[in-house]
Design a binder for this molecule. Structure first.
Ligand code: DGL
Length: 283
């Protein structure tokens, strides 16, 4: 029997653990390898060139560790680096391997249309007509969410609001009141642009933000639906693996690597996954 092949999950830091938790729950028979680039986090304030270079290096490392499929569980990396990675480097150097992101499944959910080909998707019929996206500065500047949704569903209005410093503050475990203030400020800035009609739905377009989802829910007007990116990504990966069973890994043990101080990371990261987690330094 061949050795299990892990599915790689990558984020700038701990945020991707919110995605990993949903993947593990949905796909209990898969085995994952998580990599956090804690030495360089947060990505949201880095230049697009730095984000591209670090994301490529991380994917290369996950490939070297045996992954054939890597999920970029980081909106910033997916928004800034994904297209360039897929169309250039990946196709040239690893044509049999795949990199997926967290942005494409969310765009499919918002537009009701497939990322590739744009055909209607039967499982995403409940699209909101107006959506707020809260994300890092770089994700917002990339324009990826409004551009990709508009390309598939021009009638869906997407407005976005950067939350500078929020991912880093969550990662450092800043006091809840301070996090609540940062979230309230971002929500108020966005709502000020829509005084008479708030958006119908909101996306937390950064994988760190599920940890402060309660603050978003409390700050947004009643009735605004908060869409869960971890659930949407887990649905999408489940369907992808059903279509491409060659990327299924088989049973194994999930391992966690960090480019940062693994003892410190292990101490802080457990609450992102919902249970204690032990990181090792990258090999
Ligand atoms: N968690 C990442 C995201 O989804 C990045 C946050 C950061 O490193 O700034 O955007």
């Amino acid at each position: 029997m061949s050795a299990p092949t892990p599915i790689g999950v990558f984020d700038s830091g701990h945020g991707g653990l919110t995605i990993l938790a949903a993947l593990q729950q949905r796909l209990p028979d898969e085995h994952f390898l998580y990599l956090g680039d804690h030495a360089a986090a947060p990505y949201g304030e880095r230049t697009p060139e730095e984000i591209y270079a670090r994301t490529q290096a991380a994917v290369e490392l996950l490939f070297a560790l045996g992954c054939r499929l890597v999920v970029l569980a980081c909106n910033t990396a997916a928004a800034v680096a994904m297209r360039r990675l897929q169309q250039g480097w990946l196709a040239r150097t690893h044509p049999k391997r795949r990199v997926l992101g967290v942005l494409a499944p969310m765009v499919e959910a918002l537009s009701g249309r497939a990322w590739t080909g744009g055909q209607p998707l039967p499982w995403h019929r409940q699209t909101a007509r107006s959506v707020a996206v809260f994300a890092t500065r770089r994700t917002v500047e990339s324009g990826a969410y409004p551009r990709e949704v508009a390309a598939r569903a021009p009638s869906v209005l997407v407005d976005q609001e950067p939350c500078p410093g929020l991912a880093g503050a969550i990662e450092r475990d800043l006091a809840e009141e301070a996090l609540a203030d940062m979230v309230r400020d971002a929500v108020e800035r966005l709502l000020a642009r829509h005084p008479s009609e708030p958006p119908e739905a909101a996306v937390l377009g950064c994988t760190h933000y599920p940890l402060v989802a309660a603050h978003f829910a409390a700050s947004l007007p009643t009735g605004v639906r908060l869409l869960s990116q971890p659930d949407v990504v887990a649905d999408s990966l489940e369907r992808y693996l059903a279509r491409h069973p060659r990327f299924r890994g088989g049973l194994g043990e999930t391992r966690f690597f960090s480019t940062g101080d693994s003892a410190r990371v292990s101490r802080l990261a457990g609450r992102f996954l919902g249970r204690p987690v032990r990181f090792s330094e990258v090999p």
